[in-house]
Design a protein around this ligand. Sequence first.
Ligand code: ADP
Ligand code: MG
Length: 588
Amino acid sequence: MERKNKTTGKVAGIIANLVIVEVDGPVAQNEICFISHPENKLMAEVIKILGKNVYVQVFESTRGLKVGTPVEFEGHLLEVSLGPGILSRNYDGLQNDLDKMDGVFLKRGDYTDPLDREKKWDWTPIAKEGDQVVAGSWLGEVPENSVPHRIMVPFKFQGTYTIKSIVAAGQYTVDDVVAVVTDREGNDIELTMVQKWPVKMAVKAYKEKPRPFKLLQTGTRTLDTLNPITEGGTGFIPGPFGTGKTVLQHAISKFADADIVIIAACGERANEVVEIFTEFPELEDPKTGRSLIERTTIIANTSNMPVAAREASVYTAMTLGEYYRSMGLKVVLMADSTSRWAQALREMSNRLEELPGPDAFPMDLTAIITSFYARAGFVYLNNGESGSITFIGTVSPAGGNLKEPVTESTRKAARCFYGLNQGRADSKRYPAIDPIDSYSKYLEYPEVQEYLKENIGENWLDNVLKTKTLLLRGKEAQEQINILGDDGVPLEFHEKFWNSELIDAVILQQDSFDKIDANCPMPRQKYMLEKVLEITDKKFKFETFEEVNGFFKRIINQLKQINYSEWESEKFKTHEKELEEIMNERLN
Ligand code: ADP
Ligand code: MG
């Protein structure tokens, strides 16, 4: 999009955040422009071109804007600045540093620098003089908190370059020249630690993207044990308001086995966003013992920010993820809630008077959501290393209706479905993920099955499938008991019901607010599932259904205590022993 002369224009019409600009030259779809508002310049993005009339969406309030106001086109798309110093930051959807502002909101027309230009980073070269490099090649490394941040050849570079010089280990700012490369024509190009990527168009910063196959440990039993997501996998959490979407996403952000966590908070409520800002810096990273925020970046938008900025935030978050993935890191990306994003798409589409699809969402909603989810994934880089972005979005279906367009479209895009059930939330069975309706398509991948066999256990998959069957049988038994009454069914029905209650209480339910139970690593999940299945396999002696109830309640209590005890501690072992004793009473 390099141009000799800047394209300019004049405001010709204003429909809320949508502005029509009459232009004097070429512009490109999604190009950025600035409107010279009397007080400040307003950033906007081209979303439709009709000859000389260009429709732009303004990222701020257009209050007071007048027809005839001059506009300047920038010749590039909406982009982010990438370099060390992104972690532990709070940005908005346009990568403004929220901590450099007064209060949570920017003044209109304020744009802050996303990177620290003064800070010196401890650089160690990886490449050396004379090396042949391509886009993405690692030139050097600086420690960013506890993360090795690789400085790479910019991804817009094409073909092969030769390193003419590279600076020695030492302290440099992001703008210092760290390497000079020579292209085929013999031109020298200076490289710093900063590069810019467009956000809406994925940069192919990898060699290949095979199907993901490694289990990503999230620490949440109902996910990892029953419906696991993979490193580089996709999943979504639909659920009515108040069923635990945000709590679940935060639990995953805190405990997932990831190098980097990126949270796109398109909050339902403004205080939810403020809560993460205050909560995350105080949390301890279970991996390093340091503050969790050291490997986290938060992109925050509240519903009172303009729609266009909300739309941009998920793309900005994904692009930051792709950047860290190309350093060979494991990224977990969370977006809460993607319904807010879809609503932003709907608002702009309606203002453009496009032909509407179901519920007035854009006709191509499924395509937009699918191509966004497709940017996640497990990749191999040119240097043979691997990286991943695991993406999980929440969806807030209006009235809990899972047939609404955003849920339906997301179902087509994501491989894991974690549906939150109102009834479970009402009875405080958290996380309220419905064990029967939810699924992970990854369990069907032969390479995932192989991985589980080798890394978790030979019988693991069989045990998982068996657990799902027991849950289903329990539900059926419960329905029969409800219809025919406690005395109207054989004892066996009560046993079936209680087997599923046991699984529910001990595997599915997990207290996000308990220090120990909040995070359950895989070896512990394996122990719990095997323990539970050992119990469901046993033939206990019962005379009455009351005996069945009483017995299972005691068993469940012991196992819950185990969940709340430090792994293999004295307390843990005491409850294990008591559990054996209770079981022995009803054996022989
Ligand atoms: P949503 O984002 O779906 O509107 P939230 O995530 O804010 O819902 O959850 C609502 C409330 O449900 C929380 O404030 C908390 O009290 C309760 N809750 C949700 N998940 C859990 C959990 N895993 N453990 C304990 N309480 C939970
Ligand atoms: Mg929420």
